[in-house]
Write a protein that binds this ligand. Structure first.
Ligand code: FAD
Length: 465
C-alpha cells in the first residue's frame, strides 16, 4: 500500500472531472491543505448538469470512436428528489425567491441544479483550481510503490502534456456510457433505436409508436414526455415494478418485459401483447468506464462492478494514491460525494488512517461474499439505497439489508472522518421521496413535507454566511 504523503501533510493531487463530485472533492482536498489541479474536459463546471442539446451521431452510443457528449440531461428534466436533501451539507440547496431567474420549486428543473453548482464553485473559488477543456487521457503509477502518479492530458487545441502527482481522485461520472437491454431478435428489428443518453425532446416522436424499455426514473419521465407527442408509448417494465405505474396519459401503456422483436417490426411482450413500433428507447442505465486507466492490472470492471474497492472508494493495493468518488448509485449523490471527499482528503493528509492492504482486501472479499449469499447480482455491487422501496431488494431481512443501506454507509464514512451522521430530516425526506410516484408527484403535497422542510431550513440556518 502507498503511504499517505503525510511527511508534509500536504499532497499534490489531481482531480479528474468538475461535476458535482469533482467540485466538492477539490474543495475538501484544499480545505485539508492539499494542492489541487482539477482537469475538466468541458468548458464549464457542472458535469452532467451542463445541458447539451446536441446528441451523439450514433444514438445507441455503440461506436467506441464516436465523439462523446457528456450530458444525459433532457430538456424537461426536473430533479427526482426534493432540493433540501439533494444539496451539499454546508452549502444547502435553498430556494432564492428574491431572484426571478431561479426555479424555486422543491423539485426544480435541471437549469436550477446547474446554477446551484455554479454558485457552489463561485462561493468556494473552485474554478481557480480547474483546467477547463483539458481531458485526462492516461493515469498510471510512476513507480512500483505507487507513490507518484503520472497524468497525461490533452487540451481542446490538441496540445498534450503530462504531470506527476502524489494522488489522483477520479470524479469522471458514470452516466455517459449507455448500457443496453438484451432483447432476442433486436439486432434484425428494422425500427430506430436510441438510448436515453441521447434523448432530449419529444418532438421527433410525433405520431409514432414508441417502446420505452425500463421504468426507473428516466424511463418513467421520458415515456411521459414522449407521450405528449407520440401516438402510443408502451413501457416494457421489469416484473414486480410495472403494476405500480399509473398514468394520466391514455396513450401510455405498461407491459412486462419484451419477449422478442421480429424482422417485420413486431415486438411481443411477455404478456403476449404485440405492437408494431417505430422506435425503441432504451432507458436501461449506464456503465462505469475509466478509459484513462485502460489497460491496467489494478482496477477492473466486471459486470459493472468496479473492483476491488474498499468501501467503493480505495483500491487496496493502490490506496490512498488512487481513489474514486461517487461510484455508488441510487444514493443521495451530492451528500455522499461530500462525505467521501472528506474521507479521501483526510486519509491523504495522514489525519485518518486506512487499514492495511490485507485488511482492506479481506473487507472487500467479505462484502462480495455477502452480496452473493443474498443473491444480489454483481452488477448491483455499487447500489446503495433504502432497500425497502426497491422491489428487487424487498425480500431482504432488515439485518441483511444493512449491506446496501445508504444511511449505514454514509454514517460509516462520516465516522471515519469525524463528521456528524446523516441528518434525520435528510434521511427521512429521501426515504419518503423515493417511494413517491405518479404523474405529478413532484408537485403533489405529501405527508410530513412541511415538517421535514422546516426541519431542514432550521438546520440550514447554521450555514448561512
Ligand atoms: P458528472 O456530473 O458526470 O461529472 C463528471 C465530469 O467529469 C464531467 O464534467 C466530465 O466532463 C468530466 N470528465 C469525464 N472524463 C474526463 C476526463 N477524462 N478528463 C477530464 N474531465 C473528464 N442526482 C440527484 O441527486 N438528483 C437528481 O435529480 C438526479 N437526476 C439525474 C438525472 C439523470 C438523467 C441522470 C443520468 C442522473 C441524475 N442524478 C441525479 C445523478 C447525477 O449523476 C449526480 O447528481 C451527479 O451530478 C453526478 O456528478 P459527478 O460529478 O459524479 O459526475
Amino acid at each position: 500500500m502507498t503511504q499517505p504523503c503525510n511527511s508534509v501533510n500536504s499532497c499534490n493531487v489531481a482531480v479528474i472531472g468538475a461535476g458535482a463530485s469533482g467540485l466538492v472533492a477539490a474543495r475538501e482536498l484544499r480545505r485539508e491543505g492539499h494542492t489541487v489541479t482539477a482537469f475538466e474536459r468541458q468548458k464549464l463546471v457542472g458535469g452532467l448538469w451542463v445541458y447539451n442539446p446536441r446528441v451523439e451521431p450514433d444514438l445507441l452510443s455503440l461506436d467506441p470512436d464516436r465523439t462523446t457528449v457528456h450530458s444525459s440531461i433532457y430538456e424537461a428534466l426536473r430533479t427526482n428528489l426534493p432540493r433540501e436533501c439533494m444539496g451539499f451539507r454546508d452549502f444547502p440547496f435553498v430556494t432564492r425567491p428574491e431572484d426571478e431567474s431561479r426555479d424555486s420549486r422543491q423539485y426544480p428543473d435541471h437549469k436550477e441544479v446547474m446554477k446551484y453548482l455554479q454558485d457552489f464553485a463561485k462561493e468556494f473559488e473552485i474554478e481557480e483550481m480547474i483546467r477547463f477543456e483539458t481531458e485526462v487521457v492516461r493515469v498510471e503509477p510512476v513507480d512500483e510503490n505507487n507513490r507518484k502518479w503520472r497524468v497525461r492530458y490533452k487540451d481542446s487545441r490538441g496540445v498534450s502534456g503530462e504531470e506527476i502527482f502524489d494522488a489522483v481522485v477520479v470524479c469522471n461520472g458514470h452516466f455517459t456510457e449507455p448500457r443496453l437491454a438484451h432483447v432476442p431478435g433486436l439486432d434484425s428489428w428494422p425500427g430506430k433505436q436510441i438510448h436515453s443518453h441521447n434523448y432530449r425532446v419529444p418532438d421527433p416522436f410525433k405520431d409514432q409508436v414508441v417502446i420505452v424499455i425500463g421504468n426507473q426514473s428516466s424511463g418513467t419521465d421520458i415515456s411521459k414526455d414522449i407521450a405528449t407527442m407520440a401516438k402510443e408509448v408502451h413501457i416494457a417494465a421489469k416484473p414486480d415494478t410495472y403494476e405500480n405505474q399509473s398514468s394520466l396519459y391514455s396513450n401510455l401503456l405498461i407491459h412486462p418485459t419484451i419477449e422478442r422483436a421480429y424482422e417485420n417490426g413486431l415486438v411481443v411482450f411477455q404478456d403476449g401483447k404485440a405492437v408494431h413500433a417505430d422506435v425503441i428507447v432504451h432507458c436501461t442505465g449506464y456503465k462505469y468506464r475509466f478509459p484513462f486507466l485502460e489497460p491496467n492490472g489494478y482496477v477492473t470492471i466486471e459486470d459493472n462492478c468496479v473492483g476491488p474497492l474498499y468501501k467503493h472508494v480505495f483500491p487496496p493495493a493502490l490506496a490512498p494514491g488512487l481513489s474514486f468518488i461517487g461510484l455508488p448509485s441510487m444514493a443521495l449523490q451530492f451528500f455522499m460525494f461530500e462525505l467521501q471527499s472528506k474521507w479521501v482528503a483526510s486519509v491523504l493528509s495522514g489525519r485518518v488512517k486506512l487499514p492495511s492492504e490485507d485488511k482492506m482486501m479481506e473487507d472487500v472479499i467479505a462484502f462480495y461474499a455477502k452480496l452473493e449469499s443474498l443473491d444480489i447480482p454483481k452488477r448491483y455491487t455499487h447500489f446503495l439505497t433504502d432497500p425497502l422501496w426497491t422491489p428487487m431488494f424487498e425480500k431482504l431481512k432488515p439485518h441483511e439489508a444493512v449491506v446496501i443501506s445508504q444511511s449505514e454507509y454514509f454514517n460509516w464514512v462520516a465516522g471515519q472522518c469525524g463528521c456528524p451522521s446523516i441528518e434525520h430530516w435528510r434521511d427521512e425526506q429521501y426515504n419518503i421521496s423515493v417511494k413517491r410516484d405518479g404523474d405529478t408527484f413532484r408537485d403533489d403535497p405529501w405527508d410530513d413535507r412541511d415538517r421535514l422542510t422546516k426541519e431542514a431550513y432550521r438546520d440550514f440556518a447554521k450555514f448561512k454566511p
